[in-house]
Unconditional design. Sequence first.
Length: 370
Amino acid sequence: MTKKKKRRPGQPSSRRSAQRALGQAQPLRPQQDAAVAETTPAGDGSRREDGAKAGSSTRSVSRGATRPARGGASRARTATPARRQAPPAGGMFGFLRAASPYPRLGQTLGRGFRALIAAPALVVLPLLITLAMWLGLVAAGLDHVPQGMVDLLSIPPISSFFDLNIVVNIVGLTTGTILFTLALTVIRSVIWAVLVGLVVESLTEGRATVEGARRGLRAAPIVLGILLVNVAVIFLSQILRFILGASIGSLAFFGGLVGGLYFLSFAPVIAVREGLSPRQAIGKSARAARLPGSRHLGMVFLYFSAAFFAFLPAGQAFTANPSLRLWLFVLGGTLVHVVFLAGFAYRYQVVEEEIPPPAARQARPRRRLL
């Protein structure tokens, strides 16, 4: 006979009974929890909720405490390479130490020389214009070789300064000086517009034809407005020279010439290429001149030194006709002027897309009288 095992109280007799007990106990849990919630006092429930909130808040605080440490470390890691970078150039002349978008001086003058050689009209026409201008000045009453005769076709405002000196030598300081200067400026604007048109066509097409000259003639009124601004700069520089004295006035005079060449050297090129108004062309030329780097300023100083200081001793005050040596010097200097003109036009073509747009003007509020 086999002995029957005694059942323990609360223990099922078989697996099925255990599964049935579990199956019946599981759906009763929510009911038991609800009964417990009803039997428990309100204070115990609030304590449990407060404890749960406190536990969640402590967990969030502990997690948040670890996260800033990681963020700070990542910020410290990202901040270290920024410190290694070179600080931006500051100061009044800090932009001169920045990288320049203009090509190098050798490349610029080389491109200008190739534009001159590629177009025979740019070699022959300036020489003929120089001879014609000399004959016109002699017919107007000039009785000697002027000082700086090599600057007959120089880039404004140096050519405007030459015109003013020629007018003073012929007419003197009279009421007709302004009228004579304006007439000479009108003639020069037509000549300069044609030369710029030929230079622009030679740089873009590789040749200089009648179409380039016509393009320049269409922009002659705009170039006239630009040259009048150059004449105004020369007059203002001369007035400051007499007011401020010999030392400070001379600095102001040379500053006006260099400043006019620095800010207005691209203006005739812009007028011929884009057909903008004189005001828009001057504004865009000034914005192009203010691009970072010192290459534009270096080219301006080089041309000003060559045109104003090195070429001034070419005059002969007591000689009516230039010698052959002087003519060769003048004609060679004229070709140098054209090479620099082509160099400035080439630089403008390079940086044309990088010139910033004009700043938007803020509308001024109208004041009412009442």
